[in-house]
Design a binder for this molecule. Structure first.
Ligand code: R5P
Length: 298
């Protein structure tokens, strides 16, 4: 089996990191857009390659997915046998139930679509909440990389006397892991979301944390209203300005500016989505997970 890493546009830095870890060649795919908004994917896989690790984080899924599945078919037409999708951020996982009677369960449909084009998946901390594991919706093998060890290492190196804070009940799984690895206490806020931009949170036990630096940790920063409400709740009880850490920094619209003006002391994300806040590198653990899948195919 001979492999290469192929990066979709915008993923070259992450793909380069993975290729370097695995000592594999890196190929950059090109997506050409025609004036009518149709696209064609161009890729020159090195001769003799039968397996590709395709790097494409899925933070703008609707615009990325058509070129991504075209790449999949293009590679199959070239004779490649196995395609492993490396999607450090996996979109649509929050749409994990029918929230209204007139809508469907996008997480299921998205997973089924990707499963038709790829033979395996590596991703980082997907939003597994009502769907307990990826195998419930993906029909292909998958590996989940946890960002907790890398986040904990960053906290140990950069924050003195941290207390980790999860902005809502769903964040408990990430916050408790990071807290344990960082050797720090943690608490979880209570959140009520009334709409896309309407969130309120409360901090139950503020007094115990006065001498510590709050570190908010969440899996996704999207509109950032969750983090923003958590920052305000922390400052309202006279705790120090918090450090905000997101595994996946989507930062829709003016999200980053609102976090700064709410009073975050620092905003740090992992490089699963390219953003100026990236400070935690996940190429190593993602490459390791991809290697396990490669070995499974050998
Ligand atoms: C939901 O429970 C997630 O863990 C995040 O808290 C949420 O997706 C953040 O979204 P936003 O930044 O739009 O508030």
């Amino acid at each position: 089996m001979s492999s290469a890493v192929i990066s979709m546009p915008g993923n070259a830095a992450f793909a380069r990191g993975v290729a370097a870890e695995l000592k594999l060649p890196l190929v950059e795919a090109n997506v050409h857009s025609f004036p009518d908004a149709e696209t064609v994917v161009r890729v020159s896989a090195p001769p003799g390659i039968d397996t590709a690790l395709v790097a494409c984080t899925l933070c703008r899924p609707n615009e990325l997915v058509v070129p991504l599945i075209f790449l999949g078919d293009t590679l199959r037409d070239r004779g490649l046998q196995k395609l492993i999708l490396i999607a450090p951020y996996l979109a649509y996982m929050r749409q994990d139930k029918q929230f209204r009677p007139d809508e469907g369960i996008s997480a299921r449909y998205f997973a089924a679509l990707l499963s038709r084009y790829f033979d395996a998946l590596v991703t980082v901390d997907p939003h597994l909440h009502r769907i307990p594991e990826l195998s419930r919706v993906f029909q292909i093998p998958s590996r989940v990389v946890h960002a907790a060890p890398a986040i904990a290492a960053w906290i140990r190196a950069n924050v003195s006397r941290p207390v980790l804070v999860g902005p809502d009940a769903e964040s408990r799984q990430w916050v408790s892991d990071v807290a344990q690895l960082a050797g720090a206490p943690f608490t979880v806020l209570q959140k009520v979301r009334e709409g896309d931009y309407d969130v309120s949170v409360s901090l139950p036990d503020a007094k115990s944390w006065r001498s510590r630096t709050p570190v908010l940790v969440d899996d996704i920063i999207s509109t950032a209203v969750t983090m923003e409400a958590a920052i305000r709740a922390i400052l309202a009880v006279d705790l120090p300005a918090p450090v905000c850490i997101g595994v996946h920094g989507i930062f829709a619209g003016d999200a980053l500016a609102r976090l700064h003006s709410a009073g975050a002391s620092r905003i740090i994300t992992c490089n699963s989505v390219v953003h100026e806040s990236n400070g935690i590198d996940l190429c190593g653990p993602v490459a390791e997970a991809a290697l396990q899948l490669l070995q499974g195919f050998a």
